[in-house]
Design a protein around this ligand. Structure first.
Ligand SMILES: C[S@@+](CC[C@H](N)C(=O)[O-])C[C@H]1O[C@@H](n2cnc3c(N)ncnc32)[C@H](O)[C@@H]1O
Length: 260
């Protein structure tokens, strides 16, 4: 949706409803139809919420590519207990059906979680609030991944969720994230770019935290100095998130001495 139109709605306090109407309109656009192997496709309105489009082909291929990117960066033999934080309607979760260990998905979107519960029987599904906590014990997970989730959180929520995800990952376990890095600089205004270049997190539409309209941009310095607190940075690959183009892919390893 055009920024100028959104600014107009913002003046009247209507930006949230306007954006939801826009997402519903996107869900009405025709898309390529294909036969689906595995779980059924979610309703189009749910696909739009995670992918920005209801194109089934993109949803499936993007989800598969994201799963493959995880498998390329993490030894899944060492990742028995896994959490998909911000799983939405299971774009990536749907590919974990053959996993030998446990797979949990969690999201704040009640409709998405209800759909996953009804259609991805191999996974455990939880709903969480905008803010922590998760209903999960300390240090019980080998891997948490959050694909295009920190991209929609305000500064306070970034650090709150970093701490919460660090709490649930075991020492030595991994947190894999995707973020808007330098490839998104052309989207930013001159002032926002200056903040980004100074190593500061840039957040737009912070009044709608957790929605796709709220967008956060992560300079490398912020990732290393703030997001990675209590972790070691194993990988920081610009545009490496092949299932979430053109986001950066980050793998953090929880330091063994970090307290939760
Ligand atoms: C762009 S979608 C990505 C969904 C999924 N990870 C994927 O790659 O297909 C962002 C997701 O983050 C979820 N989300 C945003 N804030 C959240 C929060 N505080 N806790 C859990 N999920 C959140 C949204 O509901 C949405 O499902």
């Amino acid at each position: 949706m055009k920024r100028r139109v959104l600014m107009l709605f913002r003046r009247f306090g209507l930006v949230g409803p306007a954006f939801r109407t826009y997402e519903r309109a996107v869900a009405l656009r025709p898309s390529r139809i294909r036969t689906v192997d595995g779980p059924p496709l979610p309703p189009r309105r749910l696909m739009v919420r995670v992918a920005g489009t209801a194109d089934a082909d993109w949803f499936l291929r993007g989800g598969r590519a994201a799963y493959d990117a995880i498998a390329a960066h993490i030894s899944l033999d060492d990742a028995n207990d896994v959490l998909d934080f911000g799983c939405g309607c299971g774009r990536v979760l749907r590919y974990w059906g053959a996993h030998d260990g446990t797979i949990t998905g969690t999201d704040r979107d009640a409709d998405a979680i209800a759909w996953c519960r009804g259609n991805l029987a191999f996974a455990r599904l939880l709903r969480n609030g905008l803010e922590p906590p998760l209903d999960l014990p300390d240090e019980g997970l080998d891997l948490v991944y959050a694909l295009s989730v920190f991209t929609h959180l305000t500064a306070g929520l970034q650090t709150a969720w970093r701490d919460e995800l660090r709490r649930v990952v075991r020492p030595g376990g991994r947190l894999l994230l995707t973020v808007h890095g330098r490839s998104y600089l052309p989207r930013l205004s001159g002032e926002e770019r200056a903040s980004f270049d100074a190593g500061e997190l840039v957040v737009r539409w912070g009044e709608l935290p957790g929605s796709n309209l709220c967008s956060a941009y992560h300079p490398e310095r912020y990732v290393r100095e703030t997001l990675a607190d209590g972790f070691e940075v194993e990988t920081l690959e610009p545009e490496g998130a092949i299932g979430n183009p053109t986001q950066d892919l980050i793998v953090l390893r929880r330091t063994v001495s970090a307290s939760a």
